[in-house]
Design a protein around this ligand. Structure first.
Ligand code: SF4
Length: 113
C-alpha cells in the first residue's frame, strides 16, 4: 500500500467525521471494514476524481451518481436512519456497538419506494 493511499484515507476519516457526526453517525466500530471501504474510495478518487460509494453501481447519470458520493447520508437519510447504518456499513448511528446485528433492508422492503 502506498503512502498516498494511507494519507488520503486519514484525510477522508477526518473530513467524513466532521460531516457525519452532526447527523448522528460515526464510523463503524468494525475497523477492518472501514479500512477496506476507505481504500476503495481512494481508488475511486484516483479513477473518477470523486469518492463514489464502493457498494453502489455508478450509472454515469449525474443525478443518480451525485447521490452516491460518500458520505451519501443526506440523500438517503430516512432509509439509513431506519437501518441505523449506511448501505456499505461504513457509518452507523452513534449508539451502535454491534454493527453485525443491524439488518440490511432494501428501500422497497421498508416501504420507501
Ligand atoms: S452507503 Fe455509506 S459508504 Fe456508501 S457512499 Fe453512502 S455513506 Fe458512503
Amino acid at each position: 500500500m502506498t503512502i498516498h493511499v494511507e494519507s488520503r484515507k486519514q484525510a477522508l476519516r477526518y473530513f467524513y467525521t466532521k460531516i457525519v457526526e452532526p447527523m448522528g453517525y460515526k464510523f463503524s466500530p468494525d475497523n477492518e471494514l472501514v479500512e477496506f471501504i476507505l481504500e476503495q474510495e481512494v481508488n475511486s478518487e484516483g479513477k473518477y476524481g470523486i469518492p463514489f460509494c464502493p457498494c453502489q453501481p455508478i450509472r454515469h447519470n449525474r443525478d443518480h451518481d451525485m447521490k452516491i458520493v460518500c458520505p451519501c447520508i443526506p440523500f438517503h437519510r430516512k432509509h439509513f436512519d431506519a437501518m441505523r447504518r449506511c448501505w456499505c456499513g461504513l457509518f452507523v448511528q452513534q449508539d451502535v456497538t454491534d454493527p453485525d446485528s443491524l439488518p440490511q433492508l432494501s428501500a422497497k422492503e421498508m416501504g420507501l419506494e
